[in-house]
Design a protein around this ligand. Structure first.
Ligand SMILES: [Zn+2]
Length: 151
């Protein structure tokens, strides 16, 4: 159940992001023992920062908490397939395991698009577990974007 509980926390971050008017994506970094080191939701609008994706913010916070540029042995849970920028950050941080929820056909960079971890220039590939609580994540995203389309 460890997988699910961390994804539940990531989903809570995604819901909190939605209430701030941000695209509902949440992320959690845990160490090898499963202890949560950092959690974050999207804050691109709040911070006026196109790089303030949930995964990147969680990685930055986890690195700051550990005083290290690497998160060796750590795992990341994120509600949506990471984009190419976040996938690169996951690789640079040496994250051991990536768990994500919904697939992202538009902007995903793991199983689609740039397929960052499959690229010959990728020096560290995490183990990838996809589709975790994907339905909940998809509902959050589709509700959020349906709300934006309303007049
Ligand atoms: Zn991203």
């Amino acid at each position: 159940m460890r997988f699910r509980s961390h994804m539940d926390l990531a989903l809570a971050e995604a819901r909190a992001a939605a209430t701030r008017g941000e695209v509902p994506v949440g992320a959690v970094v845990a160490d090898a023992s499963g202890r949560v080191i950092a959690q974050a939701g999207n804050r691109t609008r709040e911070l006026s920062d196109p790089t303030a994706h949930a995964e990147t913010l969680a990685i930055r916070a986890a690195c700051a908490a550990l005083g290290s540029e690497r998160l060796t042995g750590c795992a990341l849970w994120v509600t949506l397939e990471p984009c190419p920028m976040c996938a690169a950050a996951i690789s640079f941080a040496r994250i051991a395991r990536l768990h994500y929820g919904a697939a992202d056909p538009k902007s995903g960079g793991v199983e689609r698009g740039a397929r960052v971890f499959s690229h010959p220039q990728c020096h560290h590939r995490p183990e990838v577990f996809d589709g975790i609580a994907a339905a909940e994540s998809e509902v959050l995203l589709s509700r959020f974007f349906a709300g934006l389309r309303k007049p």
